[in-house]
Structures are given as structure tokens and as C-alpha cells.
Design a protein around this ligand. Structure first.
Ligand SMILES: [Zn+2]
Length: 225
């Protein structure tokens, strides 16, 4: 039962329900719940991915820079002052803690921490300042590279589809017909449908083209398409 359902759904776009050719199924860059998308939904998906990941990448970058600065400055102050038993070492620890707090929201995105809990949460970060900062840095790097890969892939998808559409549209551009030319083509195809064009049919076509104001040169062009 489940198999037949999957089979009947595999041939249609998971987003818009348009039926897909075998090529479109194989070449679908994005899949929704393991189901392929049509070319235009793939383009939409790539644009959506870019809209989400580009601001995320910026956020991650700022987070990494802040963490690095606070870790290095705070860490140096802590190590130097700890060596000379100075109370300033707490400032070093505090700086690392503030760096960690600044990235906390970034690390636990999607987590909603209620008002009173957030103070306890920040206090824990301050207590384990360098540990949290290092973990936060690793997680930030991981999320940054994931977002970067996602953006690169989306750009490749968009580029690929842009090339495809120029390949598909270029011959079409030469195929543009006026309304009168379309009328001629309809008649020409009717005559062609039963095999060759007979002498009689050829005469009628020539007269028809004359009546429509289509030159013999243009007729030859249209018929050779
Ligand atoms: Zn679609």
C-alpha cells in the first residue's frame, strides 16, 4: 500500500504537483521528503535557501570573530595575571564569559529560554567561560561551513538553471512567428500530415502565403524549422 503510494507520487513535483519527466526526476537538485521537484520549484528552493542562509552566514561570521577576540584578549589577561596572582585575572575570565554570552543565542538557536532561566544560564556560561567559548567557537565554525556549503550549492543550482534556460530559449527566439505566419504553419502542417505536399497543395500554399503577405524567402525559412 505504502509502496504504490510512493510510486504514484515520485513522478510529480513535491511542491507544485506538476508531473515530471524521468530526466527532471534524476536531475532534481532539491528533494522534499525524498521527493523530487520540478525545474522551477528547484529554482525557487535555491532562492529561498539563499534568503535564509546569507543572513545566517553573516551572523555566524560575527559570532566567530567576537569569540576569537574575547578568547584571545580574555585568555591572555587571565594567564598573565594568574601568573602574577593579580585580581585582574577575573577580568580576563569575565571577558571570555561575555564572549560566550554574546554567542549563546547563536549556538542554541531555536531554544527558547524563559526570563528567569536566562540569568542562571548566563551565570553558568560565566562560570565555565573559556570552556563554553571554545565549544561555542567549534559549533559556530561547523554551522558557518554548513551555511557556506548550502549557499555554494544554491548558487550552482541557479547557475545551472540559467544556462539551461538560455539553451532552451535560444532556438525558440528564432522561432517567433507573427499571427499570419502561424496561420500559414497550420495550413502547411495540415497538408504535411498525410505525407508529402502535392503539386496542388504547393500551389494553394503559395497563394495562401501571398494572401497573408509572407515572402517566399520567409516561407522557406518557416518550413525548414
Ligand atoms: Zn514544482
Amino acid at each position: 500500500m505504502e509502496n504504490t503510494q510512493n510510486f504514484s507520487q515520485i513522478g510529480i513535483c513535491a511542491r507544485c504537483g506538476k508531473s515530471l519527466t524521468q530526466d527532471e526526476i534524476t536531475n532534481s537538485e532539491y528533494n522534499i521528503e525524498n521527493r523530487p521537484l520540478c525545474p522551477s520549484c528547484n529554482v525557487n528552493e535555491a532562492n529561498q535557501v539563499l534568503n535564509t542562509l546569507q543572513p545566517e552566514l553573516r551572523k555566524r561570521k560575527i559570532s566567530i570573530i567576537l569569540l576569537l577576540i574575547t578568547l584571545v584578549i580574555g585568555g591572555l589577561i587571565f594567564l598573565i595575571c594568574e601568573h602574577s596572582s593579580s585580581d585582574w585575572m577575573y577580568l580576563g575570565w569575565l571577558i571570555m564569559g561575555i564572549g560566550g554570552i554574546s554567542s549563546a543565542e547563536n549556538i542554541f538557536d531555536g531554544w527558547i529560554i524563559s526570563g528567569s532561566m536566562i540569568l542562571i544560564f548566563y551565570l553558568i556560561i560565566l562560570l565555565i567561560a573559556p570552556v563554553f567559548a571554545v565549544i561555542s567557537l567549534i559549533v559556530s565554525f561547523y554551522k558557518y561551513s554548513k551555511a557556506k556549503n548550502g549557499i555554494e550549492y544554491a548558487n550552482e543550482v541557479l547557475e545551472h538553471h540559467a544556462q539551461m534556460s538560455t539553451i532552451e530559449e535560444l532556438p525558440k527566439a528564432g522561432y517567433t512567428h507573427t499571427k499570419k505566419e502561424d496561420e500559414y504553419i497550420t495550413m502547411y502542417r495540415d497538408f504535411l500530415a498525410d505525407g508529402d505536399i502535392t503539386e496542388k497543395e504547393r500551389v494553394r500554399l503559395r497563394r495562401y502565403a501571398d494572401a497573408l503577405g509572407i515572402t517566399p524567402e520567409r516561407v522557406a525559412e518557416i518550413e525548414s524549422e
